[in-house]
Design a protein around this ligand. Structure first.
Ligand code: FAD
Ligand code: UDP
Length: 385
């Protein structure tokens, strides 16, 4: 194996975008390593062995963007279906549309308010804490949408997701909690939305499908027994690293906090379990936050009509060995991150990117957009160095 011009650690959308650009724009020879047995990072999906239904292995992934450059870029690798995401939530045995909109408000209050009437009601209910400065998520929620809607749809769901009483969570988590005064219940507001027509994996594999990109799976950057390991590579070959930033530095400044999710898969002998792709569970008595039924992501496909697969999603703090999913970003996490950023800036011939490498929650279009910026602004110097 010859030495690559660029080593990329992690084959998620960030690493794949850098690999594709390095080859297309600089004619570089790239090696892309990933410790998992498949490429694509968390966007990876596969056919469920029992039903053939495409299942998102690391949690439901919906593609949406308002960034024209990202939309044009991704369309170079896949077509997108016309899927438009909607979410429902179950509270006390009744199903309501989310995010909170005129349909939710009217169903909840058993009313037929016009937009103006609903707005006046919510303003009045939100006035309960008028004149005070919200000190935690609980107070902030009430001051934004009023106590009845907050307690029904937000309080317990958020508590389950963070495993923390909302009175203990910072108000900043829900600085914006929209109520729509129309019946529009589309989940995303972006210009472009859809799911890859032939599935996520076909899209992700196409990005790496080039003779100048060599993919090595089940290869960990920190495994000294594989040739392209950190000790052998550092300072000698240009590297884009998209794994966890704290792991890179052996946790010398402490561990960053993450939430993870557990997905419990179940097969059922019915053609349709819940009639929609995502059903949230707003109440504290139900231990999971939501149920995903992946068949509804692709109504255009010919899936079996007598069987389905569902995933119950549970949220919890990540412990060592768990997959890090959502940055917790507490005050002490932010201090730790600053210390790691200083170390990262001083690393020879190494750039840090992606959601793990920067400790930031990034949607797919943000990960791709940020990789395109790195390819524009930093990659030329890295490859020359
Ligand atoms: P990742 O996809 O995490 O890729 C990083 C890769 O690095 C992994 O494959 C990992 O195995 C590899 N790696 C780490 N350490 C090493 C090492 N030491 N050696 C070798 N390889 C290593 N985005 C949306 O736009 N819409 C959604 O609906 C959506 N839903 C999501 C739901 C969940 C539960 C989660 C967690 C994320 C969701 N996202 C969604 C975000 C999306 O997953 C990210 O935008 C995307 O994964 C970012 O890509 P990345 O390359 O930065 O990271
Ligand atoms: N949220 C909520 N009830 C819901 C859906 C969302 O309280 O039914 C709140 C919750 O605090 C959550 C945040 O809104 O953390 C963002 O939700 P979203 O579903 O967009 O986030 P995801 O978990 O999919 O990243």
């Amino acid at each position: 194996m010859s030495t690559p011009d660029l080593l990329i650690v992690g084959s998620g959308l960030f690493g794949l975008t850098i690999a594709e650009r390095a080859v297309a724009e600089h004619g570089a020879k790239v090696t892309l390593i990933d410790r998992r047995p498949h490429l694509g990072g968390n966007a990876y999906s596969e056919a469920d062995p029992v039903t053939g239904i495409e299942v998102h292995k690391y949690g439901a992934h919906l593609f949406h963007t308002s960034n024209p450059r990202v939309w044009e870029y991704v369309n170079g690798f896949t077509d997108f279906t016309g899927y438009r995401h909607t979410v429902y939530t179950t509270h006390q045995g009744v199903v309501y549309p989310m995010p909170i909109n005129l349909g939710t408000v009217n169903q909840f209050f058993r009313a037929a308010y016009t937009p103006d009437e609903a707005r006046a009601l919510i303003t009045e209910q939100a006035g309960e804490l008028a004149g005070t400065d919200p000190e935690n998520l609980d107070e902030k929620g009430i001051s934004l949408i009023g106590r009845p809607l907050y307690e029904a749809f937000i309080k317990n769901y958020t508590g389950k997701q963070w495993q923390t009483d909302p009175k203990e969570l910072p108000a900043s988590i829900i600085s914006r909690l929209p109520v729509r005064y129309t019946y529009n219940n589309r989940y995303f507001n972006d210009t472009h939305e859809g799911l890859p027509t032939q599935g996520y994996t076909a899209w992700l594999e196409r990005m790496a499908d080039n003779p100048n990109i060599e993919v090595q799976l089940e290869t960990d950057y920190f495994d000294a027994s594989q040739p392209l390991n950190k000790d052998a590579v550092r300072g000698n070959i240009p590297v884009v690293y998209t794994g966890p930033i704290d792991r890179y530095f052996d946790y010398q400044q402490g561990e960053l906090g993450w939430r993870t999710i557990d997905l419990e898969t179940e097969h059922l002998e019915v053609g349709d379990f819940q009639g929609t792709s995502v059903m949230n569970y707003a109440d504290a008595e139900v231990p999971y936050t939501r149920i995903i039924e992946p068949r509804h992501f692709h109504p255009e496909r010919d899936y079996p009509t007598d069987r389905t697969v569902i995933q119950r999603e549970y949220s919890r703090f990540a412990e060592s060995g768990d997959e890090p999913y959502y940055p917790i970003n507490s005050g002490s996490d932010r201090e730790t991150l600053l210390a790691y950023r200083e170390l990262a800036d001083a690393e020879p011939r190494t750039l840090f990117g992606g959601r793990l490498g920067t400790y930031q929650y990034l949607d797919m279009h943000m990960a791709i957009g940020s990789a395109l910026s790195m390819a524009d602004n930093k990659l030329p110097d890295l490859l020359r160095a």
